[in-house]
Design a binder for this molecule. Structure first.
Ligand SMILES: [Zn+2]
Length: 426
């Protein structure tokens, strides 16, 4: 067992919600207003000199603006930083060929402002772990004669004790749609297990099978999306029946839908890590979807928009990969992100690259060496080979057909676990 300091975010409820809600609302609205001022400045600078200001530039433009003083200076800085990050994310997507990506939006619903998350850094909060209270600083514009801070009484999960963490780096006030909650971003010392082994596994994430796994010793696994698709279909229908997409009912349904998706991602990432421990895997190689442009030759990019009833965007895969990294970390397993380029087009046995894309019905057929593979498993194996070149490519001893017969694991919503389905043989 080795020790390592890592970042963790702990969520806490606010016990004196009633007393602090108005004050937190005021900060949340202020953060949205400052965001909008910053967003407007970006437009102006763009039309004047043809570039979008970065974080430091934005801060120097706006630090004397009236709205800047609604929040503690560090909190205001963080709002502008988020805005600059949102622009960077947008350039990245455009750069990678996502022509549908939109620049960050204004935070406004008609005349109303949503409640933005407010971040407090070291000088902006004071934590009292003994009495479980945290003081959050207001900006000078919102200070009143009787108080210049908001005193929140918080309650963490019973297994979290903030007095034992290395340090609390940031405190965030987050509006859940119903109430405010507090997120503590902490440095925590954890024990890391010895790596379970030296083997590698490739993971291909996608929209038919959410994950396809190709293990070094030849077997493969599929995790279809059927349960998430049913879930999304059910919720989308109910949301469509709401009178107003901004109504409380629609908001609640959306929250429920996203909570169930989060649960699915947690369960799947945990399951995959457990499978890796059982298989002696020390390195998980995962296709990085955040910057792909799948088919350079004919200029098409992979479409991550609406897919049937499922609305899965690249950030969902990113989020899943982060969960996988976090859980793998604890088991001493490394996660490596590699480019997905050509991984769906090349044959993982002989390396031949096909011009035509995937073959019908999810099978990849190589006209060079005759390999028949499940297309997603072939992709996963190519991803794995980017880190650990496979013996199969030089005519190794894998019998043909192994790639075409993966085991399939289905999510059982009754038990909340993944269980193997007997492979139907044809
Ligand atoms: Zn081949």
């Amino acid at each position: 067992m080795a020790k390592q300091v890592v970042s963790r975010t702990y969520t806490a409820s606010i016990r004196n919600q009633q007393q602090v809600q108005d004050d937190l609302d005021a900060l949340g609205f202020s953060a949205s207003k400052l965001w909008n001022v910053g967003r407007w400045v970006c437009d102006r600078v763009w039309s004047e000199i043809g570039h979008i200001p970065g974080h430091n530039e934005l801060t120097s433009y706006l630090k004397s603006h009236e709205r800047y003083d609604d929040l503690h200076s560090q909190s205001s800085q963080r709002v502008l930083q988020e805005l600059a990050e949102a622009f960077n994310g947008w350039y990245g997507k455009r750069h990678n060929g996502d022509t549908k990506a939109n620049p960050p939006k204004y935070r406004k619903h008609g005349d109303d402002h949503p409640r933005s998350t407010v971040t407090f850094k070291a000088a902006g909060f004071e934590l009292d772990t003994k009495y479980e209270r945290v003081r959050l600083s207001k900006g000078s514009n919102l200070k009143e004669y009787w108080s210049d801070f908001i005193l929140c009484e918080y309650q963490t999960r019973p297994d979290v004790d903030l007095s034992t963490v290395e340090s609390v780096q940031q405190v965030r006030a987050v509006w859940t749609g119903d109430e405010w909650e507090i997120h503590f971003v902490c440095k925590v010392e954890i024990e890391i297990s010895e790596s379970p082994g030296e083997k590698t596994v490739g993971v291909d994430l996608g929209i038919n099978n959410f994950a396809a796994l190709a293990y070094e010793d030849g077997h493969s696994e599929l995790y279809p999306l059927n349960c998430l698709k049913q879930d999304d279909y059910y919720f989308s229908k109910r949301i469509a029946h709401c009178d107003d997409s901004d109504s409380d009912q629609a908001t609640r349904l959306n929250q429920k839908k996203s909570a169930r998706r989060t649960h699915y991602f947690h369960t799947l990432s945990k399951h995959i890590v457990q499978r890796c421990v059982a298989e002696g895997v020390g390195t998980i190689v995962v296709g990085d979807l955040s910057g792909i442009r799948e088919d350079e030759e004919n200029g098409e990019s992979k479409n991550w928009g609406k897919h049937g009833n499922l609305d899965l965007h690249s950030w969902a895969f990113d989020r899943f990969t982060s969960m996988l990294e976090y859980k793998a970390d604890m088991e001493g397993i490394t996660v490596e992100r590699v480019s997905e380029r050509d991984t769906s087009k090349s044959c993982s046995c002989c390396g031949r690259k096909r011009k035509a894309n995937r073959v019908e019905r999810g099978l990849y057929v190589c006209d060079e060496c005759g390999t028949v593979a499940n297309a997603d498993v072939n992709g996963a194996e190519n991803i794995r080979q980017k880190v650990s070149p496979s013996p199969a490519t030089d005519g190794g001893d894998r019998s043909n057909g192994w790639l075409a017969q993966p085991s399939t694991y289905l999510f059982d919503s009754e038990s909340g676990c993944f269980a193997p389905r007997e492979q139907a043989t044809s």
